[in-house]
Design a protein around this ligand. Structure first.
Ligand SMILES: [Zn+2]
Ligand SMILES: [Zn+2]
Length: 242
């Protein structure tokens, strides 16, 4: 019976590619040509920020020049995609295009990219959005990703662990010092969630990592509130040369 219903449903709503809307074999997938244009990150990556690196793994911790020059306040970080090509348009659609349904397949990509990060008892928390942006966009794309990821890998999610109490301008083009100054006191731990955070490993989830300044601000807030170790997982990483 269920089979027949499913068949009927797929005749009315055949699976479509997330990237271009063409018919595909499976729900929530990409067609062959969109798949080829979506830059998934694989191979050797910087263990701090997830950027792809040349060379081979040799069993030692590998970091990019940026992370070695200015160590991140978190332990490990990964990204599923490079912020380029089809990945960029998918993320913009998730963020501004009112396509929240993209969060579910994206969370599967996150689950795969972050497989080395997950720990027992880890708490998943999204990078917060200021309420005025939330009103405009109707949802926080990072919170959606965090919720789907939690379901996918069986970890607890706290969507309002962190709050953005000040609206901050776009950080692009600012120096590291200016970015830190802009974000100062903009992000706080939710006063009623602090006990939740104490002594736990926290996995911060965001859609895109550019300089990592916002994630660093979130990580510092978690550490100041007594979290154990911080890990970060983002859907896409802006690589320097892209
Ligand atoms: Zn497609
Ligand atoms: Zn790095």
């Amino acid at each position: 019976m269920w089979q027949r219903i499913q068949t009927a449903v797929s005749l009315i709503y055949p699976p479509r590619c997330l990237g271009c809307g063409d018919l595909t074999e499976t729900d929530f997938g990409l067609c062959g040509s969109c798949w080829r244009e979506t830059p998934f990150i694989g191979g050797v990556v910087c263990e701090s920020c997830g950027v792809p690196l040349p060379g081979m793994a040799d069993g030692h911790r590998i970091e990019c020049d940026d992370c070695m020059a200015a160590p991140r306040p978190w332990r490990e970080g990964r990204s599923a995609l490079l912020y380029d090509g089809k990945a960029r348009s998918l993320i913009l659609a998730l963020k501004h295009g009112d396509r929240p349904e993209l969060a579910r397949p994206a969370a599967r990509w996150l689950a795969r990219a972050g497989q080395d990060l997950f720990r027992d008892g880890m708490l998943v928390a999204p990078v917060p959005l200021h309420w005025s942006r939330l009103l405009k966009r109707r949802y926080n794309q990072s919170a959606l990703l965090a919720q789907h990821l939690g379901k996918e890998v069986g970890l607890e999610v706290c969507p309002d662990l962190l709050l953005r109490c000040r609206k901050t301008p776009v950080l692009d083009g600012k120096t590291a010092v200016e970015r830190a100054e802009t974000l100062k006191n903009a992000i706080i731990a939710h006063p009623r969630r602090k006990t939740h955070l104490y002594g736990r490993d926290i996995l911060l989830v965001d859609d895109v990592m550019t300089s990592g300044a916002t994630l660093a601000a979130c990580a510092r807030v978690c550490l100041a509130s007594g979290a154990s170790h911080i890990f970060v997982l983002t859907l896409a990483r802006v690589a320097k040369d892209s």
